[in-house]
Design a protein around this ligand. Structure first.
Ligand SMILES: [Zn+2]
Length: 644
């Protein structure tokens, strides 16, 4: 006993010395990086980087697996003009033969700081008037070191007069958020992991709006657009975004950020985007993406989805998707939680916040569920496999994608978590819901700064059981790992509705098609003859096993004419309606490569559009789910008619 105590005392003394030594050790000096975005209109970024080094061999690396991309998209091929200097001398470098993201150098004796100049050729998220800048475009740091352990201090230059939105903390803010012409803004020291997670929005037509000021920490939406009138968001959109902050505050019962910035570009040039970060999100829609109701409806879940990721995906992350650096491959097996549950919560929050009505939520859900239920690829491939294979499915080809399956873990996950939510409500007579699970699962540790708490499958089961005891292990495995030829429609049915088809599209489908159609002019005949066509009749995809497939049509072919007329979506629509209940096939003239042939589609059930129909009897949990938890903020009314 005594001996043990002695040993314990010795250990304590050693431990105390260790702590004291640790405290006395000087902090590692940070990498200093200045990102110069002044050349944004020419689609070039530049950086000057000073790295603390010691003499001897050194390997630097640029990011490969960008968090949230679910595939290795690191912009190494865009990095150019790399020149290393030390004490006024240029140093030679050699790329690694296997890992092409690595640069090998030898640091001469007496050198403690290595300077690197980098240029980056930018292809996305820029226009003449704005940039949504992600730091990985210019990052260079020591390889094989956990990125959270590498201190870095960022600085930023933007074109004169451009505003800046970011979650980074400026230390010489001056005229923030519009820095003085030519000024370099310095930010507080952070680490490489956090810097990669802290994008910058900058633009000439820039507005920063505070949101829901009664809620701590602070929230902002920063908007940049190509034309001055667009960045001044409509009062209804600002009100919905403020509601979103209140609704998320009520639902997630915690925050894992010091401040939150929604960064939003409105530009037809900079492209569409939705990329999650812990303390911000990088969102991109077209110029008129929130200018009217149809466009707002089409983009209703963008901000709720990316905001939700701050909790689900950033703070709580499947352990296979959280790696110590950006070169270790990420593993996507639990993406049906990371993305699938976010898909569910994002759409629920869109309705609760007023980006869309409860009826519009149901119409969109009907379309998503009907598409999944008409995806024949589910006959050979599990939903889990779409998650494991995310990095090869992402951005993949459209042809036969319904037979191949795409990143279905998003929408499949939405149906799965709706099923879980309505089941909990049923089991507890609506006293508990998935909201209670979120308050446990996403709020562990209470309020924190930006950090990652990884999880495994078993924790989901444990936390679901704490809300409502059930065989959640089988529930999840059955729906995710198994081959399921039909989509999981149980949540819709437990929610008091059923999926039916009508011969007219819902108002929501018409409105969202209208906002998309302004650009593409395409048409969707998926649930009738089983194809999607572009404005000129080009076939984008054919439903495997559907009438168009049986008629031997294929993606890439083009419908030139039908019924004696040149193709238009309206002509085909009329032909499908006219063939209803008859025995006469629909006659098409189709071009395949340089050949033309006659094709007959034997289809007689008319047009079919999915919608959810209320069922008598069970309670409408689906509508309880989309009811706001907080008092919604009404949009401020314009003062006069002229204000429109
Ligand atoms: Zn997402």
């Amino acid at each position: 006993m005594r001996l043990h105590r002695l040993r314990f005392a010795v250990l304590l003394v050693l431990l105390w010395f260790g702590i004291a030594l640790g405290l006395a050790r000087p902090q590692k000096p940070p990498i200093l990086i200045t990102a110069d975005l002044s050349d944004t209109p020419r689609k070039l970024y530049h950086a000057e980087v000073d790295l603390p080094v010691a003499p001897g061999p050194l390997t630097l690396i640029t990011p490969q697996w960008i968090p949230g991309h679910h595939m290795p998209t690191g912009p190494v091929s865009a990095i150019t003009g790399v020149v290393f200097t030390a004490n006024g001398q240029t140093l030679t470098w050699r790329r690694d033969d296997v890992d092409l993201y690595e640069f090998h150098l030898t640091i001469p004796q007496g050198v403690t700081t290595l300077h690197a100049h980098i240029d980056s050729i930018v292809t996305t998220r820029v226009s003449q008037k704005l940039a949504a800048f992600e730091w990985e475009a210019l990052l260079l740091y020591p390889a094989r070191t956990p990125v959270r352990d590498i201190p870095i201090q960022p600085s930023l230059k933007v074109p004169a007069g451009w505003g800046v939105g970011t979650a980074l903390t400026p230390v010489n803010s001056g005229s923030w958020p519009v820095p003085a012409a030519g000024a370099t803004t310095q930010f507080a020291v952070t680490n490489v992991e956090q810097l990669e997670d802290s994008p910058v929005l900058t633009g000439q037509y820039f507005h920063e709006f505070p949101l829901a000021p009664s809620i701590t920490p602070q929230h902002f939406i920063d908007v940049a657009s190509d034309y001055p009138e667009d960045s001044n968001l409509r009062p209804a959109v600002l009100a919905a975004t403020a509601n979103l902050v209140r609704e998320a505050n009520a639902l997630y019962a915690s925050h894992h950020y010091h401040v939150y910035h929604f960064l939003l570009t409105l530009s037809d040039v900079a492209g569409s985007e939705g990329l999650e970060h812990g303390q911000s999100s990088d969102n991109g829609v077209g110029e008129k993406g929130y200018a009217d109701e149809p466009h707002t409806l089409a983009n209703a879940d963008l901000l709720p989805h990316e905001f939700t990721h701050s909790w689900n995906g950033k703070y709580r992350r499947p352990d296979g998707l959280y790696q110590p650096d950006f070169s270790t491959p990420q593993q996507g097996a639990l993406l049906w939680v990371y993305e699938g549950m976010t898909q569910y919560l994002g759409n629920v929050l869109a309705a609760r916040s007023g980006f869309e009505t409860q009826a519009q939520y149901r119409d969109k859900l009907a379309l998503s569920a009907a598409r999944l239920d008409n995806t024949p690829g589910r006959e050979w491939r599990s939903t889990e496999d779409t998650a494991i294979a995310a990095s090869v499915l992402r951005g993949g080809m459209m042809a036969w994608s319904n037979w191949r399956r795409s990143q279905d873990y998003y929408q499949e996950g939405e149906l799965l978590w709706l099923d879980a939510d309505t089941l909990i409500r049923k089991l507890t007579r609506n006293r508990k819901s998935l909201d209670d699970f979120e308050k446990t699962f996403l709020a562990k540790g209470g309020d924190t700064g930006p950090t990652v708490v990884p999880y495994k499958f078993d924790e989901l089961v444990e936390d679901l059981n704490a809300v409502a005891p059930y065989d959640w292990t089988s529930f999840l495995h059955d729906r995710i790992d198994n081959i399921n030829p039909r989509a999981d429609l149980a949540g819709i049915e437990q929610g008091g509705y059923k999926l039916v088809f009508r011969d007219e599209p819902s108002a929501t489908q018409r409105m969202t098609a209208e906002s998309r159609g302004l650009r593409s002019g395409g048409a969707d005949f998926w649930f009738s003859i089983g194809l999607r066509a572009g404005a000129d009749g080009s076939i984008n995809d054919v439903r495997w096993g559907g009438p168009a497939d049986k008629a031997q049509l294929a993606p890439g072919e083009k419908i030139i004419a039908l019924d004696g007329q040149i193709y238009s979506a309206d002509t085909l629509r009329s032909a499908i309606r006219a063939a209803k209940g008859t025995t006469e096939p629909i006659h098409l003239i189709v071009q395949a490569d340089s050949f033309v042939s006659l094709v007959n589609i034997d289809y007689h059930d008319g047009e079919r559009f999915p919608v959810l129909q209320r069922v008598d009897g069970p309670p409408a949990y689906l509508d309880d789910i989309t009811n706001p938890l907080t008092t919604p903020e009404k949009a401020p009314q314009p003062k006069t008619e002229d204000d429109h």
